[in-house]
Design a protein around this ligand. Structure first.
Ligand code: 5AD
Ligand code: SF4
Length: 448
């Protein structure tokens, strides 16, 4: 009998991509991937460590599953994967009594081996390996409009609040040829959009050689990422190319040129700001000032004036005063972000910021979160309203969730768009729509 596996994913797109890769590899080993947890013989939770809440949620869920075993689902196998496993290592088995196996992000591709051990009665089983996961090509689901491709693993930036360098390790860039091969393969399998992933993706190729014959020296090559974009934009059949996340230091004229000259590269940059106060940016060890961030956006806008800029903001970082907070608000208004993800600061074990006094009371963090969210909603709505009566190009992803008689997709600026169905349109097609209604997070329109 083929055992059924359900994988539940928390966290970022990298985790989503890891789960997809593991699922495809497990299928190849004879397991079936289940659509829902109820049918599953094995449940794997791919976890995130970026905030304590994400960890608590995953631990709670695993304990619940383990407790459920006493009431009927006796043979259910429960596994944990991802960043939390890397962070906690063997301690995760103490946190979740009854957990059958645990896999670090790098070991997730080898899930089959660990599951075989558990099935052979050797439990709990674990693989905490670090470093580069094994080859990734041919590990995408077929017929998906949009495909994630890993470009850069780990992160060397050491932002003081961030757990990622501890869990995802040192920065390492995949060879360009491997990425280009994978891109061609996913497009052959039906993808029309590729989203390149890396924690600080513009650093691609700066530390290890990525092009054949490139000298070992990090100085041998100054702009490998724009070159990668050029190479990928030439992949036959690819309609859209996106990437995330960016850092102001990588927003060079060369990158701006790619946005301006390569039609496949979507005019959208996700450029986490975190704070508009230089004092806080310094404490965060972000490596730029507000003025440098402003300069980075200006460089991109000189080439592509209406490029969409989205961001991440942390409110309530240690010692953040109301003045610092107001600087962030004013800066957000000045840049005119199209969208923003707001996070309340949360100290993470082992990070530099965790040594600082977490002195902004949680009620004040919540208040700051609300203030920024409200201002951003108003800003997003205003920007979307400017599109009323105008035409946008949307990539059709599928039926709208609320109304199956409509399509849903994304504009090139990455806004969710809902529009009427027309003959001849299918998921994966690009359609020109005229916008007739605008909300903060959604545009509505009709094909024209
Ligand atoms: N507390 C709050 N938010 C955080 N982020 C990362 N670490 C923390 C933390 N310790 C946010 C940042 C990052 C996003 C993915 O999560 O804004 O860009
Ligand atoms: Fe992604 Fe970071 Fe969460 Fe890991 S800790 S899943 S890298 S957001």
């Amino acid at each position: 009998m083929r055992l059924k596996i359900f994988i539940k994913t928390y966290g970022c797109q990298m985790n989503e991509r890891d789960s997809e890769m593991a699922a495809v590899l497990l299928q190849r080993r004879g397991f079936t991937i289940a659509d829902c947890e109820k049918q599953a013989d094995i449940i794997i939770l791919n976890t995130c460590s970026v905030r304590a809440k994400a960890e608590e949620k995953a631990i709670g869920k695993m304990r619940l599953l383990a407790a459920g075993r006493k009431k009927g689902r006796k043979n259910l196998i429960i596994g944990a994967a991802g960043c939390m496993v890397q962070r906690m290592q063997a301690d995760i088995f103490r946190q979740v009594p009854g957990l059958d196996f645990a896999l670090s992000p790098s070991a997730f591709a080898a899930a089959g081996d660990v599951i075989e051990k558990v099935l052979a009665g050797r439990r709990p089983a674990a693989d905490f390996s670090e470093g580069r996961p094994a080859g990734e090509t041919n590990t995408h689901f077929e017929n998906k409009v949009s495909a994630f491709i890993n470009v850069l693993y780990g992160c060397n930036r050491h932002c003081s609040y961030c757990i990622v360098p501890a869990v995802r390790g040192r920065e390492w860039s995949r060879p360009a040829a491997e990425i280009i091969r994978e891109a061609a393969e996913v497009v052959r399998n039906g993808a029309r959009e590729i989203i390149l992933l890396g924690q600080s993706i513009l650093a691609y190729g700066r530390l290890n050689p990525v092009w054949k014959n490139e000298p070992e020296s990090p100085l041998g090559f100054t702009e490998p990422f724009p070159r990668l974009l050029e190479a990928l934009a030439a992949v036959n059949g690819l309609k859209r190319l996106r990437f995330m996340s960016s850092h102001p230091s990588g927003c060079t004229d060369e990158l701006a040129r790619c946005f301006g000259e390569l039609p496949a590269v979507c005019p959208h940059v996700h450029l986490p700001l975190q704070s508009g106060s230089d004092r806080i940016l310094k404490m965060m060890n972000r490596g730029y000032t507000a003025a440098e961030y402003r300069g980075a956006v200006a460089r991109l806008r000189r080439r592509v004036p209406d490029i969409a800029v989205t961001t991440d903001i942390i409110v309530g970082f240690p010692a953040e005063t109301r003045e610092d907070f107001d600087l962030t608000r004013a800066f957000m208004e000045e840049i005119g972000f199209n969208n923003a993800f707001i996070f309340k600061y949360n100290p993470r074990p082992g990070t530099k910021a965790a040594e600082l006094d977490d002195d902004v009371p949680s009620a004040e963090k919540l208040r700051r979160n609300h203030v920024i969210l409200e201002e951003q909603n108003r800003r997003s709505l205003e920007l979307n309203r400017k599109l009323l009566g105008r035409e946008c190009l949307a990539l059709i992803e599928g039926r709208s969730r609320r109304n199956p008689d409509r399509w849903s997709g994304r504009t090139d600026g990455n806004v969710l768009a809902v529009f009427e169905k027309t003959d001849g349109c299918r998921p994966g097609g690009l359609v020109r729509i005229k916008i007739n209604r605008a909300e903060a997070q959604t545009l509505y329109g009709a094909p024209c």
